[in-house]
Design a protein around this ligand. Structure first.
Ligand code: NAD
Length: 412
């Protein structure tokens, strides 16, 4: 059997490289791949197993034309049935030449920031080649993954951005660089427009020129829908942004649609809810979870605008990164909410922080902010249906991880 020449273990490792699962044994026949994992999938959450199954299905369907649904998991064992495990395909797969499974050349704009740096780590972990463009206006050099190529460049710089795209020939572009402070956008709408529309357009034009396979744009949910008539809010809800930040995120989505309809540029716009977790910027207008955690860990009094019963949809950064990496793996073009669908009040966040710290935190209620949105949560049914994504980390687990990070107990 000529398959014997092939390093089966490498093949199998390659197939699972992004899942951080240890393989104990692997066996390959003409029609099946059998794998034994060191960890029974039953120790993973149900959502995580679903995500794993879907990804593995996706990979094997593309490379080996194995039919979806033919894969079976039992205890630590997974068997994948393939219709044509040909030698040529296997060799390509091992050599990483397959378009679907080879080392992809990725660009992350904003890759030194909170979500971007977490994303870069995950892409590198799965074996992609990653370049980062960031001007470090809010991102941090220490968050940059040393295995990523770093360009300290402003996305508005037309010449340098064109040079980078021509040189690197990216397969996928993850566009996260942005002016993210809603208050700054209100004080200086033209600045927000320059970065979030014109800067984005500079990236998009280069994607189109250099034939990038797909651009994944990190958009926003809450700031697009405005005061929603239905909560959790679906993507089909009318968009009525109430800030220049929301207007400009929506404008860029319109540009994506235009480039797709007219030039065939593929894209996905992920409309995120309120993201929280390790590396979130702690000052200014940062996410409320990171501010509260920072104040609580450092023994400072929490300042709450209004009664604290206003709600938001808090989604953990690890889940968001999972959604972003998954978005490259199908042909869907359009907008998708990434959220938990649950409303959580600020007081509930504080209770959860108090629970993990094991003590009460001093707090003071300030007058309610004029015009502040009262309720917000996004419906994630489309994400579930189209990219097979579900939030896996619950609020208490996410808050615990954020507190551990803020207390300096975990790496970075
Ligand atoms: N954090 C959230 O809750 C949330 C929610 C919805 C959408 N988003 C979107 O996610 C993306 C990432 O946000 P984040 O929370 O990680 O914020 P962040 O401020 O940590 O990340 C933004 C990054 O972009 C970089 N940047 C800003 N302007 C730039 C420019 N002109 N040129 C090059 N780099 C520039 C910053 O230095 C920073 O590293 C943004 O597009 C934001 O609008 C975030």
């Amino acid at each position: 059997m000529r398959y014997e020449k092939i390093k089966k273990r490498d093949l199998i490792r390659e197939a699972f490289f992004e899942e951080a699962l240890e393989i104990i044994t692997g066996k390959l026949t003409d029609s099946h791949l059998y794998v034994e994992l060191d960890q029974p999938p039953t120790e993973l959450s149900e959502e995580k197993i679903r995500q794993l199954k879907r990804r593995i299905d996706g990979k094997f369907n593309r490379v080996f034309n194995s039919a979806e649904g033919k894969n079976h998991w039992h205890d630590r064992h997974l068997s994948i049935a393939g219709e044509n495990f040909t030698e040529e395909l296997l060799e390509k797969f091992i050599a990483g030449e397959s378009a679907a499974n080879g080392r992809r050349r990725c660009l992350v704009t904003g890759g030194a920031g909170f979500i971007g740096s977490n994303l870069v780590d995950a892409l590198i972990e799965r074996g992609d080649e990653v370049a980062v463009i960031d001007n470090l206006s809010s991102g941090k050099r220490e968050y940059l993954n040393p295995r990523a190529k770093f360009y300290e460049v402003d996305i508005c710089n037309r010449e340098l951005i064109a040079d980078i795209f021509a040189e690197e020939k990216f397969d996928y572009v993850f566009h996260l660089a942005a002016q993210i402070d809603v208050r700054v956008s209100v004080a200086d709408p033209a600045l927000d427009n320059k970065i979030n529309v014109l800067g984005g357009l500079n990236i998009l034009e280069n994607c189109n020129k250099t034939k990038v396979k797909k651009i994944i744009f990190i958009s926003t949910g809450g700031a697009l829908y405005g005061e929603a008539e239905e909560v959790p809010t679906k993507e089909s809800h009318p968009t009525r942004p109430l800030s220049p930040y929301g207007i400009h995120k929506l404008t860029f989505e319109k540009y994506l649609h235009y480039y797709s309809a007219v030039f065939g540029q593929k894209y996905i716009a992920l409309r995120l809810a309120n993201v929280y977790g390790p590396r979130q910027y702690k000052g200014g207008e940062a996410g409320v979870v990171s501010i509260f955690v920072d104040y609580a860990v450092n023994g400072k009094k929490l300042l709450i605008n209004g009664d604290g019963l206003q709600t938001r949809d808090f989604v953990y950064v690890g889940d968001v990164v999972d959604a972003i990496t998954t978005a490259t793996e199908n042909d869907y073009v359009g907008e998708i909410n990434i959220a938990t669908g649950k409303e959580t009040s600020l007081l509930e966040i504080i209770e959860s922080i108090e629970f993990f710290l094991g003590r009460k935190i001093a707090k003071e209620h300030l007058p309610a902010k004029a015009g502040e949105q009262r309720r917000s949560a996004l419906d994630y049914a489309r994400a579930k249906e189209i990219i097979g994504w579900l939030p896996a980390i619950g609020l208490s687990e996410g808050i615990k991880k954020t507190i551990e990070w803020a207390s300096g107990r975990t790496e970075r």
